[in-house]
Write a protein of this length. Structure first.
Length: 130
């Protein structure tokens, strides 16, 4: 019997009208390095080299809607990003071009939209054992 192959998540890919623009936003937000760039495709990597984020230009990109609305492009996924200080992290994200979501379902989480309107959440872990 053949041994099971090893699987490791390498990246999450986000579509955008402009891959480079969205990659620059997340580079500024996360402080990650550029791993690869070619026309319509950009990859950024975490400092420890584990899973990164990739961005691809999608000419037919439709901005996702969150909360979901019938007959509009729905959010398919979102990023949860842990921060050390929620208030200053939100200020930093806004300065980079993020927008605050109208709906904020949790007091200890802040929902924002990146420049391509993908929702993402910032949170500060309050339970160190979690």
């Amino acid at each position: 019997m053949k041994p099971s192959p090893r699987f490791m998540l390498a990246a999450t890919t986000l579509d955008a009208p402009d891959a480079r623009e969205l990659a620059q936003f997340y580079q500024g937000l996360l402080g990650w390095r550029l791993r690869k760039e070619e026309p319509g495709w950009v990859e950024i990597a975490s400092p420890d080299g584990t899973a990164g984020l990739s961005f691809q230009t999608e000419p037919l990109f439709e901005r996702p809607q969150w909360p979901s609305r019938r007959s509009e492009q729905q959010m398919m996924m979102h990023l949860d990003i842990e921060v050390s200080d929620l208030s200053s992290a939100v200020d930093h994200a806004l300065a980079l071009g993020a927008a605050l979501a109208d709906v904020q379902p949790q007091a200890d989480v802040c929902v924002l939209y990146d420049p391509a309107a993908h929702p993402f959440c910032l949170f500060a872990r309050t339970d160190p054992t979690a």
